[in-house]
Design a protein around this ligand. Sequence first.
Ligand SMILES: [Zn+2]
Length: 485
Amino acid sequence: MPSKKAAPRTSGAVVAEKPCSGQMVIRGGSVFTAADSFKADLLIRKGKIVEISECVSAAGPVEVIDARGLEVYPGGVDVHTHFDLPFMGTVSADDFESGTTAAACGGTTTIIDFVIPSKGRSVLEALETWKAKAAGKAVVDYGFHMALVEFNDQVAAEIPKVVAEGITSFKCFLAYKGAFMVDDLQFLGVLNAAKKHGALVSIHAENGDILAYLMKQLTDEGKTAAQYHPIAHPAAAEAEATHRGIELARMAGAPLYIVHLSCNEALEEVKAARCRGQLVLAETCPQYLLLDDSLYRGNGFEAAKWVMSPPLREKAGQEKLWQGLRDGFIQGVATDHCSFNFSGQKDMGKDTFLKIPNGIPAVGDRMNLLYTYGVAKGKLSRNQFAAVVATNPARIFGLSPAKGTIAVGSDADLVLFDPKKKGRISKATSRHRVDYSAFEGFELSGMAALVLSRGRVVSKDGAFTGTKGAGRFIKRSASDARQWS
Ligand SMILES: [Zn+2]
């Protein structure tokens, strides 16, 4: 059989007997899914996994990847990015090309970005705008959530059409008063309409009125430096909005997904809901697990690098979030990647933190960070890692079974981790198109060595080997959230 003639292999190296044959074997890796751990070969044909067994042998030409010594996981699924987003008077620095390139090099093979329509504008039109931003640029597959910044008869009429386009999740902001924020009445309208059409609603859970009140108070007192941003975004405001969102979802009889949960106060609200049987799901982000609010203090305007909403929290709460992941109260880790250059964008807020564009770059770092600080440090099992970075988000947002798992019939979206490979996060090696790294200097122990998107090698040892525009728009199915009820 052709595979027996393979040349001597080095770990993780692509040994092409006849490249571009359309057939590939990932040989001898340790495979980890959310449910299982086993040693196996994977046979890939036309971008899909067609056989999983102890020793596959393919007829005809085949490309062989030696995965001995490597750990094979489902390609990462990051369900929270903002590429090419007009926001706070500027546009996020990474577009769909640089953003998905960074994702690919870091082991993420599917992203879901947010369409954020302007008020008074057709949401279907906004969807076309976002599709145009991604088409021809994205290097890995992508889908969209639809943010709803208002609810009225026109929006209600468009919701079923949006769902029919494969946009099966909506997001409401309970923060950003005067911009994206919806009030409770509008939010109830969204919950009911989405439920009717089988779509999942997610929320940015911060109380926008509390934030507006604190921003004015701080400004009146002349406290406008970057260090005051977290003071204007207290954990209590997140806990309140989380609680209220949960209660409104309970009244509507609808499931709810909390994006970027940052603190134990909000996690306690999720736990209380789950313990009484309500279907509430949540994601957190690497920044809330690994960075803390000390970065805002004694750092001068450098603090602006970490201005995001919700802000970084006390270090003491981080272990609670890790525990929440292990206990299954938090189902996934996404990034909320929304990058702005420190020079030229973040510094729009030199005079007041109110004008610092909110967000950090993270999409390329998520998998390596979660592997090192989750798996290697013993905080997550390898199966839990697969679950929170890929399987759960794929199931919650209707990407399964094509994405998020390793199974016959699934897309060959894979990330091969080298557990021995060491590295360090740095702006110098980052693929993010932005002038700083939010995780500068973080040591890595275990890194994504080879990344495949539908059977194509899109990254090797952190270098990009994919193709601009090769990513496809994914029409998502209805959410599989009910499996958690
Ligand atoms: Zn976001």
